[in-house]
Design a protein around this ligand. Structure first.
Ligand SMILES: Nc1ncnc2c1ncn2[C@@H]1O[C@H](COP(=O)(O)OP(=O)(O)OP(=O)(O)O)[C@@H](O)[C@H]1O
Ligand SMILES: [Mg+2]
Length: 255
C-alpha cells in the first residue's frame, strides 16, 4: 500500500456480546426483514415543502431481491437513505430486523450499518484522499472484533470486480465505471446481510455491466437481501420483485 492506513478495531459497544445476525457458533445467519411503517419524508426549503415520501408502508422479506423503479424525483434515493439510516423520516418508523433504525444515535448507527448494510451510492461517495484499496478497507473498522482487518480480503474483493490494476489509485484517477466497481467492492467487504445500491450499473459499459449484474445475482443466491434502484431492464429482470415508485409513493408491484 502506498501510504499507511490507520485502522483501529475499537470494541463494539452496540450489542457487542450478542452479534445481531449470527448465531453463537457463527454458522448460521439470521437475516433481518426490512419494514417501513407509514414513513414520510418532507424537505422544507425556504417557504416550500417537498414531499419526497408520502406515508410509505413496505415490507421486504429476508433474501428478496427487489428492484425499485420509477421516474426521477419519485423518491427512490430517499427510500434507500431511510432504510440505511442515512436520513431520518419526518414521520413513521423504519425497522431492520428488531432494530428501529430511525431512532438510533449516530454512533450506534455507524456500527449497526457497518455490520448490516453494504451501500453503493448513486454518486459513489469514495473518499477522495484514500486510495481504492484504503476505501475498500474502511468499512471493516465499523464491524466487530471477530473480523481481522485484512488487506488481502480487500484485494480479493477488488479483483472480483476487475479492479486489481487500480488498487493504489485515488478515486480522481478512476473512470466512472471504475469508481462504481470500487464502490461495490467496498459495499461487499463486510459480507453484509443486506446490499443496497442506487443505480449500480449507471456508468458501466455493457460488458462490465453484465459482470456487476452477475455479482448481484450471486449475492442474492447466497441468501442475501438485495434492494437496488435501476433503470436497466436486465438488472430489473434479475430481481424477484419490482417496486414502482411515483410521486413519493410505492405505486405497487410493477410487472
Ligand atoms: N435535500 C433535499 N431538499 C429538498 N428536496 C429534496 C432533497 N432531497 C430530495 N429532494 C426532493 O425529493 C424528491 C425525491 O428525491 P429522490 O432523490 O429520492 O428522487 P429519485 O427517485 O432518487 O430521483 P433520481 O432518479 O433522479 O435519482 C425530489 O422531488 C427531490 O427534489
Ligand atoms: Mg436517486
Amino acid at each position: 500500500m502506498a501510504r499507511a492506513v490507520h485502522l483501529r478495531l475499537a470494541p463494539c459497544g452496540f450489542d457487542a456480546d450478542r452479534p445481531l445476525w449470527y448465531t453463537k457458533d457463527m454458522s448460521a445467519v439470521a437475516q433481518p426483514a426490512i419494514r417501513l411503517e407509514q414513513v414520510s419524508r418532507v424537505y422544507h426549503v425556504g417557504e416550500r415543502d417537498y414531499h419526497a415520501l408520502r406515508a410509505v408502508s413496505l415490507r421486504v422479506e429476508p433474501g428478496e431481491f427487489v428492484a425499485v423503479v420509477g421516474p426521477s424525483g419519485s423518491g427512490k434515493t430517499t427510500l434507500l437513505n431511510l432504510i440505511a439510516g442515512i436520513d431520518r423520516p419526518t414521520a413513521g418508523e423504519v425497522w431492520v430486523g428488531d432494530v428501529r433504525v430511525d431512532t438510533l444515535d449516530e454512533n450506534a448507527l455507524a456500527r449497526w450499518r457497518g455490520r448490516t448494510l453494504g451501500i453503493v451510492f448513486q454518486f459513489f461517495q469514495l473518499l477522495p484522499t484514500l486510495t481504492v484499496l484504503e476505501n475498500v478497507l474502511l468499512p471493516m473498522q465499523l464491524r466487530d472484533l471477530w473480523v481481522r482487518v485484512d488487506a488481502q480480503r480487500a484485494r480479493a474483493a477488488l479483483e472480483r470486480v476487475g479492479m486489481a490494476a487500480h488498487l493504489d489509485k485515488l478515486p480522481a484517477e478512476l473512470s466512472g465505471g471504475e469508481k462504481q466497481r470500487a464502490a461495490l467492492a467496498r459495499a461487499l467487504i463486510n459480507d453484509p446481510p443486506i446490499l443496497i445500491a442506487d443505480e449500480p450499473t449507471g456508468n458501466l459499459d455493457s460488458a462490465t455491466g453484465e459482470q456487476i449484474v452477475a455479482l448481484f445475482e450471486a449475492y442474492h443466491q447466497q441468501g442475501k437481501t438485495v434492494i437496488l434502484v435501476t433503470h436497466e431492464e436486465r438488472l430489473a429482470e434479475a430481481a424477484t420483485r419490482r417496486l414502482h415508485m411515483l410521486d413519493g409513493r410505492v405505486d405497487g408491484e410493477a410487472a
